[in-house]
Design a protein around this ligand. Sequence first.
Ligand SMILES: C[S@@+](CC[C@H](N)C(=O)[O-])C[C@H]1O[C@@H](n2cnc3c(N)ncnc32)[C@H](O)[C@@H]1O
Length: 333
Amino acid sequence: MNWENLDWAILDRLREGFLSGSAANGPYWKSLDDLAHYDFTYAERIGWKWDHVLRELSRRGWTPTDGPLLDWGCGSGVAHRRVIDTWPNCTKSVRVFDHSTLAEVYATQRLQESLPDLEIRSWDRSESIATLTISHVLNELDKDSAENLMNTIQSASTVIWIEPGTSDVAGKLVQWREKLRDSFRVVFPCPHQGACGLQTPDNAHNWCHHFASPPAGVFAESNWVKFGQRAGIDLRSLPYSALVLVKLDRSTDSALTSDSELSGRIIGRPKVSKPYTRFLGCDATQVQRLEMPKKIDARLAKKLDRPTSPRLFHWQHAEGKVTRIKPILDNDE
Ligand SMILES: C[S@@+](CC[C@H](N)C(=O)[O-])C[C@H]1O[C@@H](n2cnc3c(N)ncnc32)[C@H](O)[C@@H]1O
């Protein structure tokens, strides 16, 4: 694939299916060329969301469970490729599952071409799974497939799941979290293991979403700029929702809390103004609007609205005002 031979009839048809909801009516890949077009464009953009999540996990020193990796609803396979790019030694065997055989064929061929030493093939449901990747499938599931997916998740040791950042899908992902948190430790995005604080009436208009950023250089790349304009996609805005889980009995993830301070995550985009930065903060106490006076940390306040800025902190607050805040991972460090 290259930018010169893009077939817009294919890209428009696929996007129309995703936006209208008709993608949920059954397999829609008509050829390997459909998947190549998807992989080169829409899936690459999804890959930037994966990069954002995996970068944080990797900087926290986290690694997926070693062993067979299954990509459920694999499409062109961007999810498992991003995981293998991040942790090249996490698996020797990759399994793909999709209700479209064309998708399984494309994803298999694509990985074999780049990493011939890995064993990749369609998933035989009797095979056990160490790491499960799931990406952008929630909108397409009927009741039976949701049940199959739930069973598959329950059989995995590690789950890395990324979805769009819309209120609808992010809300559904919270419901999955609530069903799964008895058997899994939530590694991302939650800074605590309790019930999700977004389920209170006060938070009815909030949803758990985060923003990734495209790689530096995309905006200077005229082909991407033209693609964004033609497809009607704002490349600067990459909202996503996510859930990373580790089976409770296997979890070695260190707790993010310290004695005197809560660990918290900023949800969505903070609003930076001169005296204050305001944001939706999630911690073990609740999800609430917090205000951080600039004087607490002027350097941090200035950069908080950048997608590359820290999102995970140790903090203290009282009556909606942050009194102490320290990034757990500062990208500038
Ligand atoms: C939007 S694409 C996402 C593909 C890929 N995971 C990604 O992030 O680029 C959704 C994929 O899920 C697959 N899918 C949808 N419903 C499914 C089901 N019930 N069982 C298996 N695969 C399904 C579709 O065929 C498609 O390949």
